[in-house]
Design a protein around this ligand. Structure first.
Ligand code: GLV
Ligand code: MN
Ligand code: MN
Ligand code: MN
Length: 420
């Protein structure tokens, strides 16, 4: 036991700050947008370029590479007992359309970094270590998010998602086929083994670590979410000639629905998160009464009872507010809150302590692929601070030393799990 511990602490010193930082900057150049941000949406040309770059780094180390049916990309550093279930780490490489340089990609690059650090430290593990880049975690191009991990864990079949369209009418099925075709020789096989444990590193995306002065967030669980699409259908009409009393204005009705939903949300405590982030209006022209208005709802809460109660009121609230139009409410994804296995929380916390890094326990307000992996194996997460807690914003920023600290904790945690 003590040999293993000192091995992981020693190996963690091989995490290379410059390599890790420079790779973030290389990735950030793919889909760069003004203000230091990134637009690298799922299964786009930018996503393909990011996958190729990751594969080039992994291939230089002769790691095994695989891709599954929804395009989740896997990189394996084998173990002394290669047939054992691997321990897995990773996150996502897609971003929001106005996203930052660290959300998701940090967990992928930290995972690759620890494999290379282990190589350089000459440390072998009993189990293989698998790095995964999950497809479409963000859900900004194809809703819902976390599709890759939902399919991998069997929470949803791939068929549920193939027909989902982006705002240009491109189906997930077509975008996926293009991505798989652009990355030859990977989709040939999958790693078929079950997963022994999963640990994901991520920027915190909130201000708590920075405020507390702690370097490592030991994540205790993830709040639940429900995603809905609301579609209001009215009738297109001439803006100059149609009396207001005769209109079936889909946008005005959507606004009434949104006001009623806001009134519902105001009854709750501010622990509840409620976001309408997308509004599509058809035909979206100044002088036609809109015939269609569709909006998204992202609802989150750490307590399943509240999530169910409030979420179950969404449809009735919209129906009651609907005037002279049709309203259709569709729940496109949901997940109950999860509490990570205490032994995984302890593992991350102990790894931070062994490395002398100040840590604090905290729940995650954002969802992550870890929320779904929790269903199939012991799962944990490591958070690192991000500047002012800003995320889903081009200004998202993180300090190189904090990224290194998180990668070291990830390495120390995974090595213990991989030798168990
Ligand atoms: C994932 O990006 C989330 O919205 O939590
Ligand atoms: Mn993320
Ligand atoms: Mn995100
Ligand atoms: Mn996310």
């Amino acid at each position: 036991q003590s040999t293993k511990c000192s091995d992981s602490v020693r190996a963690s010193r091989f995490v290379d700050k410059n390599r890790l930082w420079n790779r973030h900057m290389e990735m950030a150049a793919i889909g760069a947008i003004p203000g230091n941000g990134v637009n690298r949406q799922a299964l786009s040309l930018e996503d393909i370029a990011a996958r190729k770059l990751l594969i080039s780094w992994a291939a230089a180390r002769h790691y095994e590479i695989a891709m599954d049916g929804i395009g989740n990309l896997f990189v394996r550093r084998t173990g002394n007992e290669p047939e054992l279930a691997p321990v897995m780490t990773g996150s996502h490489m897609d971003s929001q359309p106005m996203g930052g340089r660290f959300d998701g990609i940090y967990g992928v690059l930290a995972g690759l970094e620890i494999m290379e650090a282990l190589d350089e430290a000459g440390v072998q593990t009993r189990r293989p270590i698998d790095l995964v880049a999950w497809t479409n975690e963000e859900g900004s191009r194809f809703a819902p998010g976390a599709m890759g991990s939902m399919v991998f864990t069997g929470s949803r079949p791939l068929d549920d998602f193939l027909g989902v369209k982006d705002q240009n009418g491109i189906t997930l099925s077509d975008a996926l086929a293009d991505t798989i075709a652009a990355i030859p020789n990977c989709a040939s096989h999958e790693f078929a083994t079950p997963v022994a444990a999963y640990v994901e590193a991520h920027i915190e995306q909130g201000p708590l670590l920075e405020q507390s002065g702690s370097t490592i967030g030991v994540v205790t669980g993830i709040q639940g979410f429900r995603w809905f699409n609301v579609e209001v259908t009215g009738e297109a009409a001439h803006a100059g000639t149609t009396p207001i009393s005769l209109r079936r204005d889909a946008l005005q009705t959507a606004v009434a629905c949104i006001s009623a939903l806001n009134a519902l949300i105001r009854e709750e405590t501010d622990t509840l998160r409620f976001t309408i982030g997308r509004l599509d209006v058809t035909p979206n022209t100044p002088n036609t009464v809109p015939c269609r208005a569709a909006f998204s709802i992202d609802l989150r809460h750490p307590d399943q009872v509240v999530l169910e109660r409030v979420g179950d009121l969404v449809e009735a609230t919209c129906r009651t507010a609907c005037i002279r139009c049709a309203v259709k409410v569709t729940e496109i994804a949901t997940r109950s809150p999860c509490v990570f296995n205490p032994s995984m929380v302890d593992s991350v916390e102990e790894a931070a302590a062994r490395l002398g890094l100040p840590s604090m326990r905290m729940p995650s307000g954002a969802f992550h692929d870890a929320l779904f992996m929790h269903e199939i194996c012991p799962t944990g997460m490591v958070f690192v601070p991000c500047e002012k807690g800003i995320s889903h914003n081009p200004a998202e920023n993180a300090a190189p030393d904090d990224l290194v600290a998180g990668a070291r904790v990830l390495l120390a945690t995974l090595v213990e799990l991989a030798n168990a």
